[in-house]
Design a protein around this ligand. Sequence first.
Ligand SMILES: [Zn+2]
Ligand SMILES: [Zn+2]
Length: 337
Amino acid sequence: MRAIRFDGKCGAELVDIPVPEIEAEEALIKVKYCGICGSDIAIYTGKNPRAKIPVVPGHELVGEIVAIHDSHNSGNKMGDRVAVIPTLTCGVCELCRNGKRHLCKTLKFIGIQTEGGFAEYVKVPVSSLIKIPEQLDYEKAVLVEPLAVAVHAVRLAKVEVGDSVAIIGAGPIGILVALIAKLSGCRVRISEVSDFRVENALKMGLDTIRARQDDPVKRILAETEDRGADLVFECVGHPSTTEQMIEMGRSEAQLIVVGAFKEVPPVDLFRMSRKEQWMTASWTYTAIDFERSMRLLFQNTASFERVISHFMPLEETHQAMEMVKKAEQTMKVVLKI
Ligand SMILES: [Zn+2]
Ligand SMILES: [Zn+2]
């Protein structure tokens, strides 16, 4: 089968490898689409020390079940259209048994520590399958994994109707957090440096701050009678945003870390004390977040248009990775397998 292999040195080679053979309680998926995630860039560039190198990446995949071993009769069958929860966990620790699989100490990901969805076929545990509703196209359903990240962050934050929400970063995750916060009844403002992403956010009807020209902190304060936002979501993962996050938030604001920080950020804890702010850090998603995300995609399909900016063939993965790495001219880029 055709697959893409990352070597951790910005190589994305198209290789011909055997179709995986399923074992007990596994399904073989014929991959239709697979999204490219920011975390795939870290593997591509060799900056994820936990990645198995070389690896077939890809954890945002949707496809069709073409073989299955399912002794527990999970309800999945050949021909089903499915998405995959890519987290692999021990299943027996206290966290796993209490619905917090994403916090399991042995957490691994399909497409990071095992072969993933940048391939014609991938094998996955039956327990990771989520059905795609009949009327929802693969092209739309492929957003379910990044959407689950946003749904998890907003659910953790316990937003309330009428809250003013500031979001730093209008990349795919920031935009999805904005859409979910809006659907939850919040007043949302989003700031972004890239012109392409600003234009995209504006076209999606979001109140957008051009962070290069307009100071996001001043704008948020000016528009909240100098109070600051009730909640601030950091969706960039860059140390330069932490001061903004604290200054944008009102006293007693909740600051939610969604971005994956590759460098340790400086955080002015005194400023946080002075404002009695509290910080919540969000990490991936649970199965419930995934199920809700699938429903949201189905029920609000139109809201999520424009989140995907490019569909590209598997053969052009290298080019796609270079585009996503620059991040200036893309939103979510999805590979068609
Ligand atoms: Zn992802
Ligand atoms: Zn566990």
